[in-house]
Design a protein around this ligand. Structure first.
Ligand SMILES: *Cc1c(COP(=O)(O)O)cnc(C)c1O
Length: 232
């Protein structure tokens, strides 16, 4: 059941925090509801979920008006510039900013709608060809360039670690993302804050929490496997 799954995950997060000497309040669970029907989102909401993650603009736009207004919507998927205008005033945070061009578009639309958009910079820490994200080398310079744009507030970093059988294999990548955030913080760039680390999914969120995650993004462990056959 969705409720039991969420309780179980929060319990594991709490245990990981304890092992790492962290306060449980530092870590939030994002319920990744992509491809899942509304009634399952409502079940998660009833079990206490308030942060929901989606990776497609249209799907998010369909779901937003059908869920309570205190849900915080997180855009966690690759975002095309021509779709930015539909979500800037509706999302709580965009996790997947990996280029200046995308950030400029977000800034432009945010100014138009008179909002400030919280963003994370997505880093391809493992350097996988298949993944979006800026490189470890470039992220600091990218942060400095984006920081001067109006209507945007950089909150931290995000990564999608490789798919692995043994989550321990991803520990080095989570540690690296944490280190990058510390490095960027130490540069004291105006309008850059590094309080948020979005890392860890169903297979590896426990390790991510041990290494400093403040958001873990979990779908499968809450809702079960996704069926992509039924969606576009
Ligand atoms: C789908 C997705 C997740 C959740 O993955 P699970 O393995 O189902 O927990 C997390 N982050 C991103 C960016 C995703 O696209």
């Amino acid at each position: 059941m969705i409720k039991d799954n969420i309780l179980n995950i929060n319990q594991k997060i709490a245990e990981a925090c304890k092992r790492a000497g962290r306060d449980t309040s530092e870590v939030s669970l994002i319920t990744v509801s992509k491809t899942k029907p509304l009634e399952q989102l409502k079940e998660a909401y009833a079990a206490g979920s308030r942060d929901f993650g989606e990776n497609k603009v249209q799907e998010m736009l369909d779901k937003i008006p059908q869920m309570p207004s205190d849900v915080r919507w997180h855009m966690i998927g690759h975002l095309q510039r021509n779709k930015v205008k539909y979500i800037v005033d509706k999302v709580y945070m965009i996790h997947s900013v990996d280029s200046l061009r995308l950030a400029e578009e977000i800034s432009k639309e945010a100014v138009k709608k008179q909002v400030t958009v919280k963003i994370l910079l997505e880093v391809n820490v493992a350097g996988e060809d298949s993944k979006f994200g800026t490189t470890c080398k470039e992220v600091c310079a990218l942060a400095a360039m984006i920081a001067v744009l109006p209507g945007i507030s950089i909150q931290g970093l995000m990564t999608i670690a490789p798919y692995v059988e043994n989550p321990e294999e991803n520990r080095k990548y989570f540690r690296k993302l944490k280190q990058l955030s510390v490095d960027i913080m130490s540069k004291n760039i105006d309008n850059v804050c590094m309080n948020v680390l979005s890392m860890g999914m169903t297979g590896d969120y426990v390790v991510a929490v041990e290494e400093g995650a403040t958001y873990v993004r979990v779908g499968t462990a809450i809702f079960g496997e996704r069926d992509y056959g039924q969606t576009t």
